[in-house]
Design a binder for this molecule. Structure first.
Ligand code: 5GP
Length: 137
């Protein structure tokens, strides 16, 4: 599928739209999900323009998963998470709503997950959670 460089995450990467960021390097950005399925729901995205995991070059995928693990560790400690759901939706049929590949880190049990991308979170509360995670990165 062709990459649309006007998608929301591409615009966040170019700083055209705001995001509550917890980590950034030259290849990856991590920021808080605006409609969290649980407190601390964080997104990790490679900077490489790719729609789904299947479009992402293996080297970029390998690096991104290392950062996913690093952020997961910070979430676990910062939020005292008992478990973390790692979710990756590839394709609209799978439920993907933003066409730039991303990994969800959701401190929760799979049995207690809120609904996907429906309810705006309290942005002040999300900022406070982000500060706790950021402090460990
Ligand atoms: P997908 O459905 O593509 O797997 O996940 C997209 C995620 O991006 C959803 O969990 C949704 O809540 C989140 N999201 C959508 N728009 C924005 C936005 O403008 N900013 C942030 N931070 N998250 C967003």
């Amino acid at each position: 599928m062709a990459y649309d460089d006007q998608n929301i995450f591409a615009r966040i990467l170019r700083n055209e739209l705001p995001a509550i960021k917890v980590y950034e390097d030259d290849q990856v950005l991590a920021f808080m999900d605006i409609m969290p399925q649980a407190e601390g729901h964080t997104l990790v995205i490679p900077k490489t323009p790719a729609v789904t995991l299947l479009d992402l070059p293996p080297e970029a995928a390998a690096y991104t998963i290392q950062i996913v693990q690093k952020i997961a560790k910070a979430i676990e400690t910062a939020l005292n998470a008992k478990g973390i759901v790692l979710m990756q939706l590839s394709g609209a049929a799978a439920g993907q709503t933003v066409p730039h590949v991303h990994f969800h880190l959701i401190p929760s049990s799979v049995h207690e997950l809120g609904r996907h991308a429906v309810q705006m979170g309290d942005q002040e509360k999300i900022k406070a959670l982000a500060e706790k995670i950021k402090a460990l990165l």
